[in-house]
Ligand binder design. Structure first.
Ligand code: FES
Length: 292
């Protein structure tokens, strides 16, 4: 799954989570139901013979207080009539002085904190998943001029004909011109510009279980040390448990520069694809199914 696809999933999920949190923290209290018997309670009362007429009349706290005062003074409460006071001229309230209730404060604080948490989590997710704009794996990486790449191919260690670029997690391999016609029949056209220029960019990750696949100077193949999968010099499957050839990236040539787009992974060729007919050129470097 590409980073863009992951983003398309993560962003809507974060939005839905934010909406749910805001809804849960701002909805009106369930206190509206206080003082009423639930359906289950009424059912239990009915089961033991209580009817609605047997319900205890609900008395508010204010009524209890009033009854206690009446009992203490032994009569009815007579409100004291103050002399009429002059009417104060109305002045608008000072909004600063009004303040907020404790409920409002707690609601706003919880919404604010959850919002901050969600925003931080979302920003961290986006920063992690967003294709890098400044180079490095996951973006377009300029590897140097074609002359630079050819120099690496000619002098690379431990095996010549393999050019490894750790920043891009990529091998830039020479692709023979005589194999171009066969390659265009089986390969995604996004890698054709690289093939036409004489190169193929292979992702270092083994399609079997993800180990880094090193080159072998003697066999001139790629040989995975984990479970013995082997690939020819252009990453086509030759031996082992791997389900396909090595995955690859599009190459573009801009002027003299060779640029590999590691943000676009093109799935490796199916087993049996063999465009170069390159056989093993010497002993293997690893033990396993292809050792020899
Ligand atoms: S990870 Fe490479 S063969 Fe298993």
């Amino acid at each position: 799954m590409s980073a863009t696809q992951v983003l398309l999933i993560v962003v809507p999920v974060l939005v839905v989570l934010a909406v749910v949190v805001i809804y849960l923290t701002t909805r009106s209290s369930d206190a509206a139901g206080l003082g009423r018997l639930s359906r289950e309670t009424k059912a239990r009362d009915a089961a033991v013979g209580l009817t609605a007429s047997d319900d205890i009349e609900m008395v508010t706290g204010r009524e209890v207080e009033k009854a206690a005062v009446l009992a203490r003074i032994g009569g009815d409460i007579v409100p004291v009539q103050d002399a009429p006071a002059p009417i104060e001229p109305w002045t608008p309230p000072d909004l600063e002085a009004l303040g907020v209730t404790r409920r409002q404060f707690l609601n706003r604080a919880s919404i604010g904190l959850m919002g901050l948490g969600l925003a931080g989590f979302g920003a961290a997710s986006l920063a992690f998943l967003w294709p890098k704009a400044g180079g490095g794996f996951g973006s377009s990486v300029k590897l140097g001029t074609i002359a630079d790449v050819n120099k690496v191919l000619a002098s690379s260690q431990p095996a010549v004909n393999f050019a490894y670029y750790s920043d891009a997690q990529t091998y830039i391999q020479p692709f023979p011109a005589e194999a171009l016609e066969a390659a265009k029949l089986v390969y995604d056209e996004r890698i054709w510009p690289g093939l036409e220029a004489g190169y193929v960019a292979l992702w270092q990750k083994c399609p079997h279980l993800g180990c880094k696949v090193p080159e072998c100077g003697t066999s001139q193949w790629f040989e995975c040390p984990c479970h013995g999968s082997q690939y020819n010099r252009v990453g086509e499957k030759k031996l082992g448990p791997t389900p396909r050839g090595m995955d690859r990236f599009p190459i573009t040539i801009e002027g003299e520069d060779l640029i590999v787009n590691t943000g676009v992974v093109i799935i490796g060729p199916t087993p049996g694809v063999n465009t170069t007919n390159q056989g093993k050129e010497g002993p293997s470097c690893t033990t396993g199914p292809g050792h020899g």
